[in-house]
Ligand binder design. Sequence first.
Ligand code: TXA
Ligand code: MG
Length: 319
Amino acid sequence: MQTERLGTSPDDLARAARLLAAGRCVAIPTETVYGLAADATDDRAVAAIFAAKDRPAFNPLIVHLANAAGARRLAVFGSEAEALAQAFWPGALTLVLPLRPDAGIAGLVTAGLASVALRVPAHPVAQALLAQFGGPVAAPSANASGRISPTRADHVLDPEGGLAGRIAAVVDAGPCPVGVESTIIGWPGGRATLLRPGGIPAEAVEAALGHPLARTTADPDRPLAPGQLLSHYAPRASLRLNAAVAHPGETHIGFGRGAADGALNLSPSGNLVEAAARLFDCLRRADAAGAPIAVAPIPDHGLGAAINDRLRRAAAPRG
Ligand code: TXA
Ligand code: MG
């Protein structure tokens, strides 16, 4: 299959929406990362997402809606979920909620769970596509399973581990502004719990709730969000964390001042928002050098928590 590269003209977006309606997989921009979209009510379309990514069928997908009203038709919102949807949608927040039995979502989307992960993305192109398509869209990150998430259309089509030739099209809207995946909140056992740190800082979610989030104890064998599996986001090279300086032969990824000219730096000014936006592209560039990678220490607050989460997974032993 030849993968079409589409732009964001009205004609191209209409073409992307028609492909989705025909049960095809299309990579689309969101504010976090590019997602591999398909009709969430179509079993065969959803199966094609799993096939294109080589994704294990036990790992459920996030369903994307144009607005909160669409999300409420699919799942039961408690008062805390309602407050978070009000505060952060559209945006980089995913809520895991009890699935309504009559929601009409393909069984593969939820991997047979009684819950469903829902998000209303803010990216104007994602919004336009969801509005035109008119229904729920399942979309995991548009990378081969276990690899680094794509923040540019070129990443989606990367000949090395990308999806070129495996999907119908990619809609190219330039780099994703947030750069790390959405924050996932669920209520396992009734308490608001951070299932995955991401593009909305946990501190902001806690401020909206008025109390701290429960944290998952990361047991990689029994993940609550299977994306918490260790050895995710794997570059080919090995990764050394908290490395103020590189050892000989390593490619260094810096943060803040003091980087050598021409070296990779997540944010020369030490800005965590900029660092998140550049993280996956920097990891890909460093990986292309073919040498072991050493990454500077990153503060663990705000978006730094999501950055450090992804770096720890990238550095984990490969399974
Ligand atoms: O920013 C994002 O969230 C991007 C964009 C495309 O929206 N999507 C994304 O999808 O990161 P994916 O599939 O790479 O990660 C989805 C995560 C996985 O860790 C999955 O296990 C978890 O959401 N998940 C999905 N449904 C779930 C459920 N019912 N219960 C618990 N975790 C769930
Ligand atoms: Mg992913």
